[in-house]
Write a protein that binds this ligand. Structure first.
Ligand SMILES: [Zn+2]
Ligand SMILES: [Zn+2]
Ligand SMILES: [Zn+2]
Length: 237
């Protein structure tokens, strides 16, 4: 183990106490700066960064599925109202409503699975300044509304480009604690765009998050996409 890494790991408990003291004194920014410094002392560890990548990708997947669920729930509720009003509802309408109910059940299962996956990734996330910083950053429920993440959402055609405020409120009445930026499944974006984006996930999806966490992506000088994304998700500086 290089000396720098050995020292960073040996001093970790002491520095962690110092970070806690800074945070307790209301100096979150300084605590995050200290965590970032410690991370920079350490050599590149692919395992840590792969965990980070999985976590961010799962978080995107969760947003995608919840927005798809909200979209289909709306469609289902509209059809259900039509069924309710007309006694002689067409067989097509009944079949379509039943099919949507099955899809919604399947989505509920998939959302549950992704939430469990995220928990597993987080539980196995290597301890250290990166994990502590991510944890501290997320304690602010508005962390995702950073200027960079809002600009990124607007850049892919998301609601942050408009004044609708969809990213600031709950996406679904069924999941009142879930807020986040747009994916290709956002109903409001689809209306603004005027056409549907037919993607089943992130593959080839222009509204998905795509970034690398190789040594050259992390250590590259200047503000690369990966570095800005890490700042938004981890340091919040
Ligand atoms: Zn949107
Ligand atoms: Zn919107
Ligand atoms: Zn947004």
């Amino acid at each position: 183990m290089p000396l720098k890494d050995y020292l960073a790991k040996a001093l970790d408990p002491l520095l962690q106490r110092f970070e806690d003291r800074l945070e307790q004194g209301g100096h979150l920014r300084q605590a995050q700066q200290l965590r970032r410094k410690q991370q920079n002392w350490r050599s590149y560890e692919s395992q840590t960064w792969e965990h980070f990548r999985s976590y961010v990708k799962d978080q995107w997947k969760l947003r995608f599925l919840i927005q798809r669920e909200a979209h289909l729930q709306l469609k289902h509720d509209t059809l259900f109202q039509q069924l309710d009003k007309s006694a002689s509802a067409s067989a097509t309408l009944v079949t379509e409503t039943e099919s949507l109910q099955n899809t919604l059940q399947d989505l509920n299962r998939r959302i549950w699975t992704v939430e469990r996956d995220m928990h597993t990734v987080w539980s196995n996330f290597p301890d250290g300044p990166l994990k502590r910083a991510m944890s501290a950053n997320c304690r602010n429920s508005d962390w995702y509304l950073s200027e960079w993440l809002q600009a990124d959402c607007a850049g892919v055609g998301g609601c942050c480009a408009r004044g609708c405020g969809c990213c600031m409120r709950a996406r679904s009445s069924k999941r009142s604690d879930h807020r986040g930026h747009c994916t290709s499944e956002c109903t409001c974006c689809e209306e603004a765009r005027g056409f549907k984006l037919k993607f089943l996930g992130s593959a080839g999806n222009p509204m998905a998050i795509d970034f690398g966490v190789k040594k050259e992506d992390i250590n590259r000088p200047g503000n690369s996409y990966t570095k800005c994304l890490i700042n938004a998700y981890v340091w919040g500086l």
